[in-house]
Write a protein that binds this ligand. Structure first.
Ligand SMILES: [Zn+2]
Ligand SMILES: [Zn+2]
Length: 166
């Protein structure tokens, strides 16, 4: 197989195998197993081409670099682990949220992101002991524990038409 084709196939396969939205860096790490010497610039170029062709769409979580997933998945939502920062698909949907909008407003679409801890990450048992002292009001600790986002990637492409919520 020609090198360019092999690169693109490895990138597509990495995303298909992950079955969750991946950062370009995660795509690179997964695809390098198939194409040694693959570089991040090539990953970006292929991701952009695949988005332009309609094979992929970008997933834009607030304050985070774009991730990529297959286009044309059914309506779904995402879960971000606050420990490892990975994003997973959530297949449930609360359904029609129109009643939450102010009176007279029309809801055209919605997006929903759950935050918490994935099943691969250990429960913060040690930290619980330390946090025990500030007992009162500690219920809000988890919600505010979201780590700052690392400025991970060298540059970002903008996929304007993909930023619209489903
Ligand atoms: Zn995790
Ligand atoms: Zn939904």
């Amino acid at each position: 197989m020609e090198r360019n084709t092999r690169q693109r196939a490895a990138i597509s396969e990495a995303l298909a195998a992950a079955a969750r939205p991946l950062l370009p860096q995660e795509v690179l790490e997964a695809a390098q197993a198939q194409v040694p010497g693959l570089g991040i610039a090539t990953v970006y170029r292929n991701l952009k081409a695949l988005v332009d062709e309609g094979a992929l769409r970008s997933v834009n979580l607030p304050g985070d670099n774009p991730r990529f997933e297959a286009a044309g998945l059914h309506h779904h939502h995402h879960f971000q682990c606050q420990q490892c920062q990975k994003v997973f698909d959530v297949h449930g949907c609360p359904g029609d949220l129109a009643a939450l909008a102010p009176p007279g407003f029309t809801v055209a679409d919605h997006d929903l992101v759950l935050y918490g801890r994935c099943s691969d990450c250990p429960a913060p048992a040690a930290r619980k002991l330390a946090a025990g002292k500030r007992a009162a009001g500690s219920g809000s600790r988890v919600a505010s524990a979201r780590k700052p986002v690392a400025a991970a990637t060298p540059h970002q492409h903008r996929h304007r038409r993909n930023t619209a919520a489903r």
